[in-house]
Design a protein around this ligand. Structure first.
Ligand SMILES: Nc1ncnc2c1ncn2[C@@H]1O[C@H](COP(=O)(O)OP(=O)(O)OP(=O)(O)O)[C@@H](O)[C@H]1O
Ligand SMILES: [Mg+2]
Length: 314
């Protein structure tokens, strides 16, 4: 598989603050590569170095075989970018936003019109083409920003938190569009703090925390490596907790404490553990569920990943 982005000992300092600490990763053509992490992990900083917005402070970073420090113009011409903050021109219409952007890439007026109409159709925005951006919904603005990132037919599309702040339905619609783009062979680089988004879309991901890469791999592999198939959330009073953990040791030693809950990680079959918990009278309540990436993050850092309440249960 062709490597399209390669970082070696990549670093970023903002003055003396180290936002990215000597990280290595490779992104292959045609995959959806996820950068997952909580607020301040360094996700935006990493993608902004890839799209040559922030200069790197150390190490090496190449995109499409070119060095970001020496060939930013070439790289920018081949990348589409959907930034974290909405920067559409509110006063222009939906179609004009695409046409003006096409102008920056030197695309002919006729070519731009044709591509803009195709993109508006693909993203379900044709009926809004002549409306002012300030009049369309948040989900539509996000789809328009993605369409804008594709106007020059880039080889790689970078999406910085493409669905943050959107309702679940708009989010799912964007996932569907991104899946279709990936199926057409486009390479996607996506940052997110939504575990479900990463699980649904990403082939490979890195989990970042405080500028470092904690783990990398395929979502399902990471789950089976760190937490196994099932999680049992056990509520038990803090005074009884350690006695319980000692008693359950013969069934699993893999667990994490968070708040008042013990998360027991079960490699395959939970039956024996559930039987044991049922017989352990100090347990107040328990809940069995499939494991997910949030558990991986919890296991790796001892704390949750979500920035807000809406990450998993919607
Ligand atoms: N221009 C800047 N100047 C100084 N510090 C910065 C700058 N941009 C980011 N930082 C700091 O670098 C760290 C990483 O920020 P970054 O925006 O890359 O994180 P993030 O993972 O994208 O977070 P979020 O989920 O909130 O978007 C943070 O501590 C942030 O405060
Ligand atoms: Mg960010």
């Amino acid at each position: 598989m062709t490597v399209v982005v390669e970082a070696q000992k990549l670093q970023k300092y903002y003055n003396s603050f180290q936002a990215v600490a000597s990280i290595d990763f490779k992104i292959h053509r045609g995959e959806c590569f996820g950068i997952l992490g909580p607020n301040g992990a360094g996700k935006t900083t990493v993608v902004a170095m890839i799209y040559c917005f922030h200069p790197i402070s150390g190490g090496k970073l190449s995109v499409l075989g070119r060095d970001v420090t020496t060939e930013p113009r070439f790289i920018k011409s081949r990348l589409g970018v959907v930034p974290q903050e909405n920067n559409l021109d509110q006063e222009l219409t939906v179609r004009e936003n695409l046409l003006v952007y096409a102008g920056y890439f030197g695309i002919s007026r006729a070519g731009a019109r044709k591509t803009a109409d195709e993109l508006l159709h693909f993203f379900g925005l044709s009926s809004k083409a002549n409306q002012q951006v300030e009049q369309i919904s948040g989900g539509m603005k996000r789809r328009l920003t993605i369409a804008r990132g594709l106007i020059h037919a880039p080889e790689i599309l970078i999406l910085d938190e493409p669905t943050t702040g959107l309702d679940p339905q708009s989010r799912r619609l964007i996932w569907e569009h991104l899946r279709q783009l990936k199926n057409k062979g486009l390479t996607l680089i996506l940052t997110t703090h939504y575990l479900e988004e990463a699980s649904q879309l990403c082939d490979e991901l890195i989990i970042m925390h405080q500028g470092k890469i904690l783990e990398e791999g395929r979502p399902l592999e990471l789950i089976s490596k760190h937490v196994g198939a099932k999680v049992i959330e056990v509520e038990i009073s803090p005074a009884k907790r350690y006695a319980f953990l000692r008693s359950v040791e013969h069934l699993t030693r893999n667990y994490q404490l968070a708040g008042n809950t013990i998360y027991l990680f079960i490699p395959t079959d939970e039956t024996a553990t559930v039987e044991f918990i049922n017989s352990y009278k100090e347990v107040q309540t328990y809940r069995v569920r499939p494991s997910n990436l949030e558990d991986v993050f919890l296991k790796l850092t001892g704390s949750g990943l979500s920035n807000d309440e809406e990450s998993y249960d919607e």
